[in-house]
Design a protein around this ligand. Sequence first.
Ligand SMILES: *[C@@H]1O[C@H](CO)[C@@H](O)[C@H](O)[C@H]1NC(C)=O
Ligand SMILES: *[C@@H]1O[C@H](CO)[C@@H](O)[C@H](O)[C@H]1NC(C)=O
Ligand SMILES: *[C@@H]1O[C@H](CO)[C@@H](O)[C@H](O)[C@H]1NC(C)=O
Length: 366
Amino acid sequence: MARRPAQSPGVHVITVFALLACSSQLLVDANSWWSLAINPMQRPEMFIIGAQPLCSQLSGLSAGQRKLCQLYQDHMAHIGEGAKTGITECQHQFRHRRWNCSTVDDTSVFGRVMQIGSRETAFTYAISAAGVVHAVSRACREGELSTCGCSRAARPSDLPRDWLWGGCGDNVHYGYRFAREFVDAREREKNHPRGSVEHARTLMNLQNNEAGRQAVYSLASVSCKCHGVSGSCSLKTCWLQLADFRRVGDFLKEKYDGASAMRVGRRGRLELVDQRFNPPAASDLVYTEPSPDYCLHNASTGALGTHGRLCNRTSEGMDGCALMCCGRGYDQFKTTLVTRCHCKFHWCCYVKCKRCTSLVDQFVCK
Ligand SMILES: *[C@@H]1O[C@H](CO)[C@@H](O)[C@H](O)[C@H]1NC(C)=O
Ligand SMILES: *[C@@H]1O[C@H](CO)[C@@H](O)[C@H](O)[C@H]1NC(C)=O
Ligand SMILES: *[C@@H]1O[C@H](CO)[C@@H](O)[C@H](O)[C@H]1NC(C)=O
């Protein structure tokens, strides 16, 4: 579990905070295990034969992650899939925002913006760690990994006595533990001096990774299936089941909205910038730097800018043209929208639709 930041009210370590403020030059490893999501990965049964090369071919792994890769080769495709699930969910959650979690075409995956310890970076670490827990837990249940199987979680005490416990559940316990080893490995290998900006960033990453893993863990719940004569449901079998990943995304998005601003404290730990707030729990997101300006393309921060983004002329939210285009204005054009329409139900059992086209207005940021 992530350490809770020390609380030392009244102590303001201004010099360290000033250091944090200019840490956009901070060099974080540019490449990341996230690139497993975009690397075409062979099927597990393919790489058992040519065992060794796999792990050295994968880019973006740290030394410790490479070792884990060698020990757990059959996990790698699932880690990649988990990273992909996380990235896709991130893009869904942020589709209406200036920063939309878009990926760039190299092993850094998200580009330079991740070098800034912002809220967005916090979310990205959390959701991708969550993706790994999700994918590995499910793979255990599907029997795709040699080192784990169905969940062995204890029967919940509040389960009605005549319901059976023992369907094959998602092994979220294993998924959590494996993701902790693998995802945190790269942070644990670092040896930055306590109190340094780099060390603060390591602490931030560890906390956000943990928050992501805990989200999947805590949202997993009991699921049951009815048996019995003609669906009488006289018998139920229950097991542990992962929540839909969309729920994990929604949950972490709320954590993003409530993320805590942190700075390096006296003992080299993270502490709240504003001590009037409650210190974050292990399941909360933290950040150490303000977000960069996502309005304009900026090669030094890695912001892509919102030029060319679609916006909604009537919305007053983040997806509205006013906010999305940062006051630069927008262009309007017409585009044809193809939808399914006049759907008819045919006996039995299919639905037939026509294709309708309509001309709609679209608005794009200048
Ligand atoms: C890019 O961002 C940096 C840091 O916020 C800022 O100092 C710089 O002026 C920006 N450059 C451009 C071209 O906007
Ligand atoms: C996300 O933003 C980038 C940069 O502004 C843009 O190129 C891309 O099309 C956007 N993606 C979506 C799905 O809107
Ligand atoms: C634009 O925003 C308005 C108000 O929020 C909403 O009712 C409408 O459905 C949005 N239009 C599109 C195309 O998303």
